[in-house]
Design a protein around this ligand. Structure first.
Ligand code: PEP
Ligand code: MN
Length: 278
């Protein structure tokens, strides 16, 4: 792909360093947390579970792109504080989604990583703004985007001067209705073949229901994903967003153990440092 001036893989693949976390290295990085930040206590409990599981990054949306305007839209800046405080207490990094210039400004300097979601993958103005930042970006694949379009979206951010882009496959729309989206593991392999950037997988938004998340997560690691982004809620039945696909803390811990075994089987580790409290 000629137009991938900066994203094209020439030889090796890139490792992206964010504080003491490396994505794209030998370790598979685990990112977990609720779809949406709802309260300080919810985030504290989520952070404790992520740390216990050996995860390094806490997720939580404060600006939510919801299908219905009547659904919970996120806590905004108030939620940023809950996310940051909970992560700091457990020595985790943070990631949250931005939707537009205003939300980008408001999270600037408050989180370690910003997420550009599937619905905004082709918001070229937002990609340009993210390119000017010094903050790493998780760029999700659009619901109906080809791998080429996804990589060109990453190219926008790189072209702006921000080299720290992490690609995230989260399922695409197909004719198959039994899952929310169809997890496209081929895209992970293709993206890694064409592009040097790390590629992580979000099995939660692909599956749409928690029962399927472990199988998809494990398949992703077996297939070479550099990390997993998984929704987990202290009490999924009461989640204000994506409860059906959110793992319970117990399920998240069990899955993390399985992922660790699997990572070793494919010549990787889960974390460079043991994070479990003694
Ligand atoms: C999310 O991570 O909660 C989210 C909205 O993801 P996506 O953009 O993949 O739908
Ligand atoms: Mn979600």
């Amino acid at each position: 792909m000629e137009s991938l001036r900066l994203a094209a893989r020439k030889s090796g693949r890139s490792e992206i360093r964010i504080k003491d976390v490396v994505i794209g290295g030998s370790a598979v990085v685990l990112i977990g947390g609720p779809c949406a930040v709802e309260s300080a206590e919810q985030m504290q409990r989520a952070a404790q579970t992520v740390r216990q599981a050996g995860g390094r990054i806490l997720r939580g949306g404060v600006y939510k792109p919801r299908t219905s305007p009547y659904s919970f839209q996120g806590l905004g800046v108030e939620g940023l504080r809950y996310l940051a405080d909970a992560a700091a207490a457990e020595e985790l990094l943070t990631v949250t989604e931005v939707l537009d210039e205003e939300s980008l400004r408001s999270v600037s300097g408050q989180v370690d990583i910003i997420q550009i979601g599937a619905r905004n993958m082709q918001n070229y103005q937002l990609l340009k703004l993210a390119g000017r930042l010094d903050t790493p970006v998780i760029l999700k694949r659009g619901l109906a985007a080809t791998v080429e379009e996804w990589l060109l979206a990453a190219e926008y951010i790189l072209a702006g001067g921000n080299a720290r882009v992490i690609l995230c496959e989260r399922g695409i729309r197909t004719f198959e209705p039994s899952t929310r989206n169809t997890l496209d593991l081929s895209a992970v392999a293709v993206a890694q073949e064409l592009c040097h950037l790390p590629v992580i997988v979000d099995p939660s938004h692909a599956a749409g229901r928690r029962e399927l998340v472990p199988a998809l997560a494990k398949a992703a690691v077996a297939g070479g994903a550099d990390g997993l982004l998984i929704e987990m809620h202290p009490n999924p039945a009461e989640a204000k967003s994506d409860g059906a696909q959110s793992l319970t803390p117990e399920e998240f811990l069990r899955l993390a153990g399985e992922v660790e075994t699997l990572a070793r089987a494919v010549g990787r580790s889960v974390q460079p440092v043991a994070r479990v409290r003694t």
